[in-house]
Design a protein around this ligand. Structure first.
Ligand code: MG
Length: 383
């Protein structure tokens, strides 16, 4: 595992530091929202208020043993998504014949699955050597059953009919990725959709993933800020509409429009969020996150607090809202109090740097030695 700058290849491109801050903000922001929401994931809002006071949970509930804010399966799987994408990108540069992206992601999701049980995968993925990842934090039953089945879901061959939020809550890294061979014919949205469809077969299980990634891509690479978020989301719906049938696009567009409309009223967040749903299914989770980001803009703390204080799937809605707002404000813009005690913080930073190095260049050919070193680190998987 790379642990400090001395392990970073020489020739690091300082021009990419802005991308690194946005990417680390996206990854870290997701982990913060996840960790804030994890203690109340299965509590009603009434129960949350009874335990934390009228404003609900506003700061981390730290683990008594470690003193850390624990992250859950949302963050764990997002890290393996980033790793799988790096493997896919590295392999595509090696001219590996371009096996479908799903096969790379599926391989590393099986690595994640192995961290949830007694049988550890035999793999050189450095995430497997991170002790903190070997923890079971209420993993989603759909992800567990799909990955345990021995089969791999695709858009064309759905593995189930689930539209649970386990597909969208882990795909943010796809929005930060832009460097893979053009010969794969993939768009950012398709990359995310295919990533989610590995475990979630209903179109509304993977379509919101495509929209999230497309929106994050606009933030990271096209300088979209909070004021442009609603427009980016509308454009994103048009772009991803090529992936699914009209009825599913209409459902997604309808709930995203409703989220935008609600963000402009003066009613309490809990009331507005309840009108969108509870976030257990993907389009509701994305709409709740979107609502919070539109409502509180660059105010990261208010975004993630609103995103976790409701009756529903608080860690996933918190994670997605944190992904979006974190990409906007950057890692430096996330309040220190949310970073200092976050579990896996250093792992997230290390992975962000590796991802930035290999997946965010503008050229599509291997031309320098440093690229080769990165590709040798992540391009070892032979499929
Ligand atoms: Mg979770």
């Amino acid at each position: 595992m790379p642990s400090d700058d001395s392990n970073w290849p020489q020739g690091y491109d300082v021009a990419k530091l802005g991308l690194l801050d946005a990417t680390a903000g996206c990854f870290m922001g997701g982990a913060v929202g996840d960790a804030l929401g994890y203690p109340v994931e299965f509590l009603s809002h009434r129960e949350t208020v009874a335990r934390f006071g009228p404003a609900g949970i506003e700061s981390f509930e730290l683990d008594r043993e470690s003193g850390l804010a624990l992250v859950s399966d949302d963050t764990q799987m997002s890290l393996f998504t980033a790793y799988g994408l790096m493997s896919f990108v590295a392999s595509s540069f090696m001219g590996a014949g371009h096996p479908p992206v799903e096969r790379y992601l599926h391989h590393f999701y099986l690595d994640w699955l192995s961290t949830q049980g007694p049988m550890l995968a035999d793999d050189d993925c450095w995430l497997l050597r991170v002790d903190g990842l070997h923890s079971r934090r209420a993993p989603g039953s759909t992800c567990l059953s799909a990955l345990s089945s021995g089969a791999m879901g695709t858009i064309e061959s759905p593995i189930n009919h689930s539209k649970g939020c386990g597909g969208v809550m882990r795909v943010a890294p796809a929005g930060c990725c832009r460097r893979w061979s053009s010969s794969t014919g993939l768009t950012c949205g398709a990359l995310a959709a295919r990533t989610a469809a590995i475990t979630h077969g209903h179109p509304l299980g993977w379509l919101p993933a495509a929209l999230l990634a497309r929106t994050i891509h606009a933030i990271v690479f096209d300088a979209c800020d909070a004021s442009g978020l609603e427009e980016a989301m509308s454009e994103g719906i048009e772009v991803v509409s090529e992936l699914a049938c009209t009825s599913h696009i209409q459902r997604l567009a309808g709930i995203m429009d409703e989220a935008a409309r609600l963000s402009r009223n003066s009613r309490p967040d809990t009331e507005n969020i309840a009108a969108l749903g509870q976030g257990w299914v993907a389009e509701e989770a994305l709409a709740i996150a979107f609502y919070c980001c539109l409502r509180y803009r660059e105010d990261f703390s208010s975004v993630v607090r609103a995103a976790v204080n409701h009756d529903g799937d608080s860690d996933s809605t918190g994670a997605i809202a944190g992904n979006i707002c974190g990409a906007i404000v950057g890692c430096d813009g996330i309040p220190f109090g949310f970073k200092e005690s976050l579990e896996l913080r250093d792992v997230i930073l290390d992975l962000s740097r590796e991802f930035n190095y290999g997946c965010q260049g503008t050229d599509q050919v291997v031309s320098i030695d440093e690229d080769v070193a990165w590709i040798e680190r992540y391009g070892r998987l032979s499929l």
